[in-house]
Design a binder for this molecule. Structure first.
Ligand SMILES: [Zn+2]
Length: 271
């Protein structure tokens, strides 16, 4: 009888693990099929662009090229209740959203898309003069409902991943940003619980030091926000995104004297 239960539990475990590996079989097949179609496009000779256009009379293939590389990392929180829910969202065609990486509460990292391909995570976005962040960035989603702290395991996994990406693609320190930074008013992730200071201390994004800052009389804080990268078409929401990132304890949309010093210091680091 003792062995019966042992065998039964082994049998159950086998069934459960088989089911979980089956869970994404169909969507993994769909990934392969889409990647194959892009590979076919890349093999076209003479070259057409992705819209099927042929711009020139003459084709001479160069021998020297690589794939384009991501130059930004955009960090998000999922605003969902579990990693499984997010993986499901990102594998349903009708949602039309995705990310390159998803980091679960326990620190597990799921890679969902080749870094060289374009994920649908940033949407309508602007940072500096860049207007299609999806085309130039890697999207990282952290499993978090938006009103809870990020776990230590998540932050450890995130820092390891950022370190690899920064080295692999030579991403500048200034180019590690949040969804709220590039889509002010439309997005507020990652939330005020996210420690950008921790990231900056490890070389991902910058943090401020106002110790010896003396403000020039003509200092313009809005212009400084623009130099850092924010879209200031609607100043109030640009200020809101700046506060989420740099002064998370302050929920106002007002620039005060302390903010002016912070922005003066940040402007010099980001320009
Ligand atoms: Zn987001």
């Amino acid at each position: 009888m003792k062995y019966f239960f042992l065998y039964l539990s082994i049998f159950c475990l086998v069934i459960i693990s088989a089911c979980s590996s089956d869970l994404y079989r169909a969507t993994n097949r769909s990934y392969k099929k889409q990647a194959k179609n892009y590979a076919k496009l890349l093999r076209e000779y003479p070259v057409k662009d992705s819209a099927g256009l042929q711009y020139a009379e003459s084709w001479v293939g160069t021998t020297n090229f690589t794939m384009r590389r991501p130059n930004f990392v955009v960090i998000h929180h999922t605003a969902q209740d579990s990693c499984g829910q997010t993986l499901r969202t990102f594998t349903l065609p009708r949602t039309a959203v995705s990310a390159h990486y998803v980091i679960c509460h326990d620190g597990t990292v799921h890679h969902m898309l080749n870094d060289l391909l374009r994920a649908h995570h940033a949407g309508i976005s602007k940072w500096g003069n860049a207007t299609d962040l999806n085309s130039m960035s890697i999207g990282i989603e952290i499993d978090n409902n938006g009103s809870e702290p990020f776990t230590e395991q998540q932050m450890n996994s995130l820092l390891q991943l950022l370190d690899r990406l920064k080295r692999a693609y030579n991403i500048p320190q200034a180019n590690f940003i949040g969804h709220a930074d590039v889509a002010p008013g439309r997005k507020v992730d990652p939330s005020r619980y996210f420690s950008w200071q921790t990231l900056a201390e490890k070389g991902f994004g910058f943090w401020f030091d106002t110790t010896n800052v003396e403000l020039p009389a003509d200092f313009n804080p809005l212009l400084a926000l623009r130099i850092v990268g924010y879209n200031i078409n609607k100043p109030e929401i640009a200020i809101q995104s700046y506060k989420i990132h740099f002064v998370p304890q302050d929920t106002t949309r007002m620039i005060n004297d302390a903010d002016k010093k912070i922005l003066f210091d940040l402007m010099k680091k980001y320009q």
